[in-house]
Design a binder for this molecule. Structure first.
Ligand SMILES: NC(=O)c1ccc[n+]([C@@H]2O[C@H](COP(=O)([O-])OP(=O)(O)OC[C@H]3O[C@@H](n4cnc5c(N)ncnc54)[C@H](OP(=O)(O)O)[C@@H]3O)[C@@H](O)[C@H]2O)c1
Length: 307
C-alpha cells in the first residue's frame, strides 16, 4: 500500500497502526541500497544495521568505523555492552555527519532496578557524543520496573533528547501491559530471531500492535552453528552467496530490522552486500522450516532471565 505523506500523518494522528510493506516499499535512502523502514512515529530507520555486543575498546572503535565505511548507518549498542563511548568515538572519527547515522542504545537491567535511569540516559547521550540518541530501548522487561522506566523515557522524548523509544525481549503480555499506560508507543521490539528461533508468534503480535520486530542474534550469535547449517550452505551455493548472506536476506524478506555483528572486515562487508539477489518463496519456506525454538542461550527467556 502506498501512502501519501498527508495520509500517513492522518493515520498516525488517529493512532492507527501503519506498518509499511517493508523492504522494497520505502525509498532506498541509505548506502549500499539498505532500505529505510518507516516507524510508527513517522521516523525512518535503516532496515539493516550493525550490532556491537561483545565488541570492546579498540575492537569496538575499529569495527564500527569499518561498518560505517562499508555503508552501515544503523549502529546498535547498549549500556550493558560497555562500549557506548567507543561507538561515539567511532562515529566522530568516521567523519560522517551524526545526523546521517541512526544510533540505538538500551537501558540496562541494573539501572532499572537501582532507579538510576535518568542519570544513565544523560551518561549515554554524553558517551555517544551528541545531544540526542535516535532510539533507546528497555533492554529486558524487569518485573515491576517497566512503567517507571517508560515514563522517564517519554520525558526524554518530550525534551528532545531521545527521538524514539522502544522495547527489547518483550513477549506479547509485556507489550499489552505497557500499552495500558504508554502515551508514546514503542517503535520496535528487538527480540532474538534466527533460523533456529524464528519467534513468528511474537513477531506477528508485535506487528499487529504497529511495532516493528527487530532481530537480535540474527546469525545465532555464532553459538548455534547457524552459518554452518547444511541447508543454508546449499542455498548459499545456489545463489552464489555465503550462508550468513542467505540468513540476512531471509530476515530482510521477513520484514525484520536486522543487526548482524562482526569484527571481521570481510564479514562486515558480506553482511551488507545482500541487495543484489532475492530468495524465492520456496527457499524462504525452506529456511522457515529450520526453526527449532532454540535460543542461543537458554537463559535468554524474557519471562525468566537471571540478569
Ligand atoms: N536486545 C538484546 O537483548 C540483544 C541481545 C544480543 C544481541 N543484541 C544485539 O544484536 C546484535 C547481533 O547479535 P549478536 O552480536 O549477539 O550475534 P550475531 O550477529 O547473530 O552473530 C555474531 C557472530 O556471527 C559471526 N559472523 C558475523 N558475520 C558472519 C559472516 N558473514 N560469516 C560467518 N560468521 C559471521 C561473528 O563472528 P566474526 O566477528 O568473526 O565475524 C560472531 O561470532 C548484537 O551485536 C547486539 O547489538 C541485542
Amino acid at each position: 500500500m502506498k501512502l501519501c505523506k498527508l495520509g500517513l500523518i492522518a493515520l498516525l494522528a488517529a493512532g492507527i497502526a501503519v506498518i509499511p510493506a517493508g523492504e522494497g516499499s520505502a525509498k532506498n535512502v541509505y548506502p549500499k541500497n539498505v532500505p529505510a523502514v518507516t516507524l510508527n512515529n513517522g521516523m525512518q530507520m535503516p532496515q539493516l544495521g550493525f550490532g556491537t555486543f561483545t565488541l570492546k575498546q579498540d575492537v569496538a572503535v575499529e569495527s564500527v568505523k569499518e561498518a560505517l565505511r562499508q555503508g552501515y548507518r544503523l549502529i546498535d549498542c547498549a549500556q550493558g555492552y560497555g562500549n557506548e563511548a567507543e561507538v561515539g568515538r567511532a562515529i566522530k572519527e568516521s567523519g560522517i555527519p551524526r545526523s546521517e547515522i541512526f544510533v540505538t542504545t538500551k537501558i540496562n537491567t541494573n539501572v532499572m532496578r537501582e532507579g538510576t535511569v535518568r542519570q544513565s540516559l544523560d551518561e549515554s547521550i554524553e558517551k555517544l557524543g551528541g545531544t540526542y540518541i535516535d532510539l533507546v530501548l528497555i533492554h529486558w522487561p524487569v518485573e515491576g520496573k517497566v512503567e517507571e522506566t517508560w515514563k522517564i523515557m517519554e520525558e526524554y522524548v518530550r525534551a528532545g533528547k531521545i527521538k524514539a523509544i522502544g522495547v527489547s525481549n518483550f513477549n506479547p503480555h509485556h507489550i499489552d501491559d505497557l500499552l495500558k499506560y504508554a502515551t508514546i508507543k514503542p517503535v520496535v521490539n528487538q527480540i532474538e530471531m534466527h533460523p533456529y528461533m524464528t519467534q513468528y508468534d511474537v513477531a506477528a503480535y508485535t506487528v499487529k500492535r504497529g511495532i516493528r520486530p527487530e532481530a537480535w542474534g540474527p546469525l545465532g550469535q555464532g553459538r548455534l552453528g547457524v552459518v554452518d547449517d547444511a541447508v543454508l550452505r546449499s542455498l548459499g551455493e545456489k545463489y552464489g552467496k555465503s550462508p550468513a548472506q542467505i540468513v540476512v536476506r531471509w530476515h530482510l524478506q521477513r520484514k525484520n530490522i536486522v543487526i548482524p555483528r562482526s569484527q571481521n572486515p570481510a564479514h562486515i562487508a558480506e553482511n551488507i552486500n545482500v541487495f543484489d539477489f532475492k530468495l524465492s518463496g520456496k527457499d524462504m519456506k525452506t529456511i522457515d522450516a529450520l526453526n527449532k525454538n532454540q535460543r542461543a542461550n537458554p537463559k535468554n527467556d524474557p519471562d525468566n532471565f537471571p540478569w
